[in-house]
Structure formats: structure tokens, C-alpha cells
Ligand binder design. Structure first.
Ligand SMILES: Nc1nc2c([nH]c(=O)n2[C@H]2C[C@H](O)[C@@H](COP(=O)(O)OP(=O)(O)OP(=O)(O)O)O2)c(=O)[nH]1
Length: 182
């Protein structure tokens, strides 16, 4: 029989196992109970059968001179036109930092350094999770070489000026804090 577990995520994106080896009904009831108690954290139920390696998508909140770079996707069709933090999937064996730094060379032609992950992580689809990292520009002038049609440097008051992908919108308060030095 498939077994289920209850998971919890705190405000910093860290995940904890709350309970495991439950049947679906017990897991749903436990998660609902925690939610109902008004805990600020996020609770959910997942199936042990879905276990597999989780691959990370890393987006770079690339900061330079008080502004952050937004990139407009040109592909695939269902995401084209939306704005995101440039980046992509980590290859097997690659750290998130390495993936970020490689993707920014490929996509923008710049050298950058990953600094620290911003709070939050989001399932893009089963087995694929997004995390946004703060990053600094080391050298080069970003150009939309691959996957993007347009780039914009946004100041703290301009973060809402572009149509972000939904997950990216959630991280904007942390990006704003980054730009204000907080
Ligand atoms: N790079 C990036 N992807 C994001 C962001 N927000 C968001 O929901 N996504 C989603 C869109 C895609 O479904 C997925 C990342 O795919 P991707 O196309 O950027 O990855 P990749 O460069 O490695 O592409 P590929 O080689 O597999 O084609 O994550 C973001 O800020 N940056």
C-alpha cells in the first residue's frame, strides 16, 4: 500500500518531515489539523511512491548598483513573454551555485557569483523545484543570448513594473529587501 507523509516548510524554505508511514486519510487529517491551528508555516501531504531525485531550477536575482535584472522569456510558447530571474536546471552533480553561474554565462554572457538563497522554494512540476538566489555581477554586460527576448534592470520601486512568472512574484519582497541592503 502506498504510504504518505506530512511535510512542513518554514519561512526560510527549509522543509521538515512531520510524520510518515500514514495512510492517505490520516495524513490529510493531520495536515488539516496543523493548518487549522493557524501555524504560519505551510503543511502538505506527499506520497512516498513519488520519491525520486528532486532537480533544482535556480533563478538569479542578479544585483548590480542597486538594481536587479529581470529577463523576459522567449520560450517555450506557454511561458514566452513572462519575466523571470534568469537561470535554469542544475545538471546532475552540479551545485545550485554552479548551475546559476553556468546559466548566466550561457544565457547572458556574464560572470556572476551566487551569494545566498532567498527564502522559499516552489514546485515547478513533480521532481522539479525552483529556488531564487541572490547573486552579484562580477563582469560583463548582460545580453539576451539564449532563452530571453529582453532584459531590464529594475530599481526597488520598479519591481512591479513587469509581468513576472507567478513564483517569482512571491519572492519580490525579499528582492526588495536585498536592493535596500536589508
Ligand atoms: N530559469 C527560471 N525558471 C523559472 C523561474 N520561475 C519559474 O517558474 N521557472 C520555471 C520555468 C520553467 O518551467 C522551469 C525552468 O526551466 P528553464 O527552461 O529555465 O531551464 P533550463 O534553462 O535548464 O532549460 P532546458 O535546458 O531544460 O530547456 O522553471 C525563474 O525565475 N527562472
Amino acid at each position: 500500500m502506498d504510504s504518505f507523509r506530512v511535510m512542513r516548510q518554514d519561512d526560510n524554505g527549509n522543509r521538515y518531515l512531520v510524520a510518515k508511514d500514514l495512510d492517505r486519510g490520516a495524513a490529510d487529517a493531520l495536515a488539516a489539523d496543523f493548518e487549522a491551528r493557524g501555524h504560519k508555516q505551510l503543511y502538505w501531504v506527499e506520497s512516498a511512491a513519488a520519491d525520486g531525485p528532486v532537480r533544482m531550477v535556480v533563478g538569479a536575482a542578479l544585483v548590480h548598483r542597486g538594481r536587479v535584472l529581470a529577463a523576459r522569456r522567449s520560450e517555450p510558447a506557454d511561458l514566452a513573454g513572462a519575466w523571470e530571474f534568469p537561470g535554469g536546471k542544475a545538471e546532475p552533480g552540479e551545485s545550485e551555485e554552479q548551475a546559476l553561474e553556468r546559466e548566466l554565462v550561457e544565457e547572458l554572457g556574464v560572470r556572476a557569483r551566487a551569494l545566498h538563497p532567498l527564502p522559499g522554494r516552489w514546485p515547478v512540476r513533480p521532481g522539479l523545484e525552483l529556488r531564487i538566489w541572490a547573486a552579484e555581477l562580477l563582469s560583463g554586460d548582460p545580453r539576451p543570448l539564449q532563452g530571453h527576448s529582453e532584459l531590464r534592470w529594475l530599481g526597488p520601486d520598479e519591481l512591479a513594473d513587469v509581468a513576472w512568472l507567478p513564483h517569482d512574484r512571491e519572492v519580490l519582497p525579499h528582492v526588495a529587501a536585498l536592493l535596500s541592503g536589508g
